[in-house]
Design a protein. Structure first.
Length: 352
């Protein structure tokens, strides 16, 4: 009886999955349902016992996650950044193919990332590897074709991966410290009575614009990513900013001001009181705050690599009888050359 029920569940899952996939490509759901079961039958004859269901679930779940990750980039402050995913091979990208002068990595302290100098002076960069923590799912939940459960697990892992990707990207696009080609400015507004932080002013935004102008950065495609503190500062003092502040909660987009397409993002890097960027994942000490940053989109790039689902079956866990699932995803975002961005760190005056 258990075998019959499992077979029926597999057929039902294949039918639902096939119908869903068929609709996404404009085919009849009936055609998709029949086609998926035919495909499962053909593959099943050549596959070890139990592997068919495993392969179907892995493929469907991974496909749904990839779709969700792709959607997470749309409309965000990374949307419109040149995508070099097509030239990423085995989760490695060659900077010469991206159009990067390999010498740029001399000043790139965000990573360590694996580097390999080739004979033709190319540099191969391994995409960053993001892995989610393991989610336990009972055997009944996994094989009962619960799309609600699939959607919840997929959304949870997708959100976690996107959060990590955006945080790493923001860190990579901000300069380590101030140089002639990587200006790190500080805010000049009134001191916050509780923290000693100097508020961001509209004049500070003008200085960010001026810094890019001095580096001959084109006026189009300039993007400004504000941390929440700086957004709140502008809401207090700038009527123009208040009038257009109608943030899209899905993308963080605010509007346009001083030639910048403006976004709000919560996980920008921390800077010390000396204007030095702290390591990824650091906590703020006294007088240290998140920054805002601006960049010229054609001078940075992003690339998405492979995505893989891992899980162990409940049959290998007799104590809890639960499946365990997590995902591994490769992605990178970094400047092509560090000469078209500016950082605005918060100034600090100690409270007497």
């Amino acid at each position: 009886m258990n075998r019959i029920l499992m077979m029926f569940a597999a057929l039902l899952f294949n039918a639902i999955a096939g119908a869903t996939l068929a609709q996404t490509v404009g085919l009849s759901p009936v055609t998709g349902a029949l086609g998926m079961n035919v495909l499962a039958a053909v593959i099943g004859q050549a596959a070890p016992a139990g592997s068919l269901r495993e392969g179907v679930y892995t493929e469907i779940w991974t496909g749904e996650l990839v779709k969700s990750l792709r959607t997470g980039l749309e409309g965000s402050w990374l949307d419109g950044v040149p995508d070099q995913s097509s030239i990423a091979n085995n989760d490695v990208i060659h900077l010469v193919e991206v159009g990067v002068d390999p010498d740029v990595l001399v000043n790139n302290t965000t990573y360590p990332i694996p580097l390999q100098a080739l004979e033709d002076k190319d540099i191969a960069v391994k995409l960053d590897k993001f892995q989610t923590k393991v989610t336990p799912i009972t055997d009944d939940e996994l094989y009962a074709i619960s799309y609600d459960k699939m959607a919840r697990v997929k959304e949870s892992h997708s959100n976690a991966l996107n959060d990590a990707k955006f945080t790493k990207a923001a860190h990579a696009l901000c300069a380590k410290n101030k140089t002639a080609k990587t200006p790190v400015l500080t805010t000049t507004g009134e001191r916050d009575a509780e923290t000693g932080r100097l508020r961001l002013t509209p004049n500070d935004l003008v200085e960010m614009k001026r810094a890019l102008d001095k580096m001959k950065v084109p006026s189009e495609n300039r993007r400004l990513v504000l941390c929440p503190d700086h957004v709140n500062d502008l809401l207090l003092v700038s009527q123009n900013f208040r009038e257009q502040y109608n943030i899209d909660r899905n993308t963080g987009k605010v509007g346009k001001l001083y030639g910048f397409d403006i976004f709000e993002y919560a996980n920008t890097p921390l800077y010390t009181t000396a204007g030095v960027k702290k390591e990824l994942g650091s906590t703020a000490a006294k007088g240290e705050f998140q920054c805002s940053f601006a960049f010229y989109t054609p001078r940075v790039f992003k690339a998405t690599g492979s995505t893989k689902m891992y899980y162990s079956e409940a049959s290998t866990d007799p104590e809890y009888q639960r499946n365990k699932i997590n995902f591994r995803h490769y992605f990178i975002c970094m400047p092509k050359k560090a000469d078209a961005g500016v950082v605005m760190a918060s100034g600090y005056k100690e409270i007497p």
